[in-house]
Design a protein. Structure first.
Length: 244
């Protein structure tokens, strides 16, 4: 499917920034990518962190694109290889995410990341990085606008406004604030690798029939948190202890 999780990984911030520049140059930022109805399986990926250690649980949850029913799940438990640094989150999360994706029986047609893609200071967020490494079409749906600005979109589902990088003159559009539920705060969609912004927003609306966040994100977040909670519970219980 792509680069293995044990590929050489940057060990310093300077190395990570240089790698992001390489990723940005390698990314497909021009293709519109698959539209809703053109893929059969859509995956969501997310990572849960143990607050008391460097343990991480990465999850990949695959949905049937038509029904949004879960058809496959995979998890990978590991250790953080890279510290938390704003703008370099991909280096902390991708080893586990890559390993979880490798556990799937077949590659999904599209991957939705809980985070950013082109909406990144170096235009190489998690969704761009993951797409380049795997060759899979990827885009990002984030809960906050990170360092970028936007005007509040209209109040109805489907209303949107540009997400702007004000450091450029004129400001550059790096994504879109998208209202997925009427009267509920928007999510922030950005293109990744092999998926343009228009199709990314269309997929996001298809994946949010009932909730603010895509069903892919909800599934991967829930699975990673459940597995992490099970690990924590097993640590607390003496070996061989019965569970009521």
């Amino acid at each position: 499917m792509g680069a293995p999780a044990d590929r050489p990984w940057p060990g310093t911030e300077a190395e990570a920034v240089a790698e992001q520049e390489r990723i940005r140059r390698a990314a497909d930022l021009a293709s519109p990518g698959p539209a809703p109805g053109e893929v059969d399986r859509i995956a969501g990926v997310d990572v849960a962190y143990d607050p008391g250690s460097d343990l991480t649980v990465a999850a990949a949850v695959v949905l049937d694109a038509a029904t949004l029913e879960v058809v496959e799940e995979a998890v990978h438990t590991g250790r953080s290889r890279f510290p938390y640094v704003p703008g370099l989150l991909a280096f902390r999360e991708l080893p586990g995410v890559l390993a979880a994706l490798e556990e799937l029986s077949a590659p999904p047609g599209l991957v939705v990341c809980d985070g950013y893609g082109y909406a990144h200071p170096r235009r190489a967020g998690l969704a761009v990085h993951l797409g380049v490494l795997t060759g899979l079409p990827c885009f990002g749906v984030a809960k906050s606008p990170f360092a970028f600005s936007h005007t509040e979109p209209g109040p109805r589902r489907g209303d949107s406004s540009p997400l702007l990088d004000g450091r450029r003159d004129p400001p550059e559009v790096v994504g879109r604030a998208l209202r997925t539920r009427s009267g509920v705060k928007p999510v922030f969609v950005s293109a990744g690798h092999g998926v343009g912004l228009e199709h990314a927003c269309a997929h996001t609306l298809h994946l949010t029939p009932r909730h603010r966040l895509p069903e892919t994100t909800r599934g991967a977040d829930g699975l990673s948190r459940r597995v992490l909670a099970e690990i924590a519970r097993d640590r607390r219980e003496p070996r061989g202890a019965a569970r009521g």
